[in-house]
Structures are given as C-alpha cells and as structure tokens.
Design a protein around this ligand. Structure first.
Ligand SMILES: O=P(O)(O)OC[C@H]1O[C@H](O[C@H]2O[C@H](CO)[C@@H](O)[C@H](O)[C@H]2O)[C@H](O)[C@@H](O)[C@@H]1O
Length: 249
C-alpha cells in the first residue's frame, strides 16, 4: 500500500484455485469467493496497480470462471497462455505449440487415459500444453498408484511434471508461473510484484521474486513465501481491507 501511495507501479498477481476460489471436487464448479470478486473490482480503480490471475488452468477455463474486472491480465496453463479481460471478453495471445510438443502431449494423454480412464474418482484433464491427472475423489490406493504412474510419465524427455494437491500435471512446454511473472514485470514496468498462491506450482513463482516483492502463501504447508494467510476467505478479507486502505469506493 505504501509503495502505491509513493507512486510506484505494482503488479498484484493471484493464483485462482485454492487462492481466490476454495478447492472443490468438481473443477467446473470452482468460483472465486464473492468477497474477493468485489475487492478486485474495487482494486481495479487503484492508480498504478495492475491486476493479474496466474493459473494452471486452461486460459478459456480461467476466463470463463474468473469474474475479474476489465484490464486484468490472465495467464493460463502455468504461463503457456496469456490474455487480458477487455470489455468483458477475453483478448488472447495465440499459443504457439510446436508440432512435436503437441504429439508428445497426445501420447502421454493417451497413456494416462488408458491407465486412469476407467478408475472411479480419477480424472484426466486435457489442456493445450499439458495433461493433468486429478485424484481428489479417487481412493487413496488408486490415487497413489496413478500418481506414481503419472510421475513416471513425467520423466520422459520433454515432459515437466508438477505434483500438486491431488494432482499431477504433465506439461510439454518449459513454463512456470515464475517465468510468467518475470515477463509481466518487464512488460508492465512495475517496481513491485505481489504474488499470492497456495500450491506447489506457486512455489515456482515465490522463489523467483526478490526482496522488494511480496509473497503470500494461502493455507498451511512449507513455503518459500514470506507471508501467509489462512484461507481464501482470509485473503478475500485482506483484499477488501487493501481497497479500503487505498480509499477506493
Ligand atoms: O494454478 P491454479 O489456478 O491453482 O490451478 C491449478 C489447477 O486447478 C484446477 O484443479 C484444482 O482445482 C480443482 C477445483 O477446486 C480441484 O478439484 C483439483 O483437485 C485441483 O487440482 C484445474 O482443474 C487444473 O487444470 C489446474 O492446473
């Protein structure tokens, strides 16, 4: 808040699932908390403040689910996709996926489908640059077995495995949320980046940020972030308090 008041440009970047939106069993039912939606609307009026969502979600999904104000930058697929909310719609930069990466994505997608497709409670999500194994509603035994299999697929050349909360994401592009934040920092020419996230993929962003930045972990667990908030609910409250502190209506 002090940096904004001093006239510095600040990027407030937030993860979506588990951060703005509480985790739920059905990824399609995920929504940002109403209090967070209101707070972000208010913050969009702050001079010098850029807003961004930086998510592992497919950009179309993120744009459909996130109720963010115009001007918000949207980063999907952990940095592989980029867009911006303009006049209530998604303005996107096309994803440039080399044919060999697309072929590898399809191969590991087929392998995961074959292993998990018929297992109750497990689900395979296909995204533009990755394939995701979800085990949130699988039995512990199935979750352990399928996770091991997915991590083995992640050892193939050209595949990057990210093991998160009940999820293994296999990406065929070398992207991280940290790279995405570095790109946004350069393009938007901000002095300070504030990043808030809850999962292991967010740790890849926390470790890239410097002493001038602000890193916030949502929920329990080991983290490289320097600050912590309990839950999406407490984060929504803090965002509202920030808007109030900045005298935003
Ligand atoms: O980077 P994020 O915005 O946190 O997105 C990460 C993944 O989010 C989604 O899965 C997660 O949220 C679901 C809904 O709460 C939950 O059911 C699942 O267990 C979580 O892993 C999304 O489906 C993935 O594509 C994203 O990579």
């Amino acid at each position: 808040m002090a940096r904004l008041r001093a006239g510095d440009r600040v990027l407030l970047a937030l993860d979506f699932d588990g951060t703005l939106a509480p985790l739920v069993d059905d990824p399609d039912a995920s929504r940002a908390l109403p209090e967070a939606v209101v707070a972000l609307d208010r913050l969009s009026g702050a001079s010098g403040l850029e807003l961004a969502l930086v998510s592992g979600r497919h950009l179309d999904d993120l744009s459909r689910l996130a109720q963010v104000p115009d001007g918000t930058w949207l980063v999907g697929s952990h940095g592989a996709e980029r867009g911006r909310r303009v006049a209530g719609a998604l303005e996107r930069v096309a994803l440039d996926l080399p044919p060999e990466a697309a072929a590898l994505r399809d191969e590991i997608g087929d392998d995961l489908d074959a292993a998990a497709g018929t297992v109750g409670g497990a689900r395979v999500e296909h995204k533009p640059a990755s394939v995701v194994l979800h085990t949130r509603t699988a039995t512990p035994a199935d979750a352990a077995r399928l996770t091991e299999l997915a991590l083995a697929l992640g050892e193939r050349e050209g595949v990057d495995a990210m093991h998160g909360k009940d999820v293994v994401e296999l990406s065929v592009l070398d992207v991280t949320k940290g790279h995405a934040l570095a790109d946004l920092r350069g393009e938007l020419e901000v002095a300070v980046v504030v990043y808030v996230g809850d999962d292991v993929t967010d740790e890849r962003a926390f470790v890239t940020l410097g002493a001038q930045d602000v890193t916030v972990k949502v929920g329990p667990g080991e983290t490289a972030a320097r600050h912590r908030t309990d839950s999406p609910e407490s984060l929504a409250e803090a965002l509202g308090a920030l808007a109030t502190g900045l005298d935003l209506p």
